[in-house]
Write a new protein. Structure first.
Length: 133
């Protein structure tokens, strides 16, 4: 849990299992922001679409979609837009630095803080904290 601000604003980040099972069990829990992580593949985007619909139906806050492992921005994002419509997106490019960091046993931000994937994750953090402010 992260805390900041004059009134002790708290942010809890929960990494849930793949799919929509846990999201569906949250029901009407108070959630301010839901991050849906997808890859630009039809199967992943179908699950992502269901997760977005469920988060909106249960009023689980603002929904941001993280599109991971994007290889061809134009083609991949065209598929994402076709399946997810006007969802708010953060694009994380397919980046060899992610695998290199994993192999080295280090965090990406420590291993290659200026690589494209790390910059995209910083953009995501900025969006999350801007919405919490």
């Amino acid at each position: 849990m992260l805390s900041s601000g004059e009134f002790g604003t708290s942010i809890v980040v929960a990494d849930l299992e793949a799919g929509i099972g846990t999201l569906s069990r949250l029901g009407d829990s108070q959630v301010d922001l839901t991050l849906v992580v997808v890859e630009p593949t039809p199967r992943s985007l179908d699950v992502g679409r269901r997760a977005i619909d469920l988060a909106r139906e249960n009023k689980q806050g603002r929904v941001i979609v993280v599109v991971n492992k994007v290889v061809d921005v134009e083609t991949d994002l065209a598929l994402v837009r076709e399946k997810l419509g006007d969802a708010e997106l953060v694009v994380v490019p397919d980046d060899d630095a992610v695998l290199d960091a994993d192999r080295a046993g280090t965090a990406l931000l420590d291993h290659a803080p200026d690589c494209p994937a790390a910059r995209a994750l910083v953009e995501l953090v900025d969006l999350v904290f801007d919405s919490a402010a």
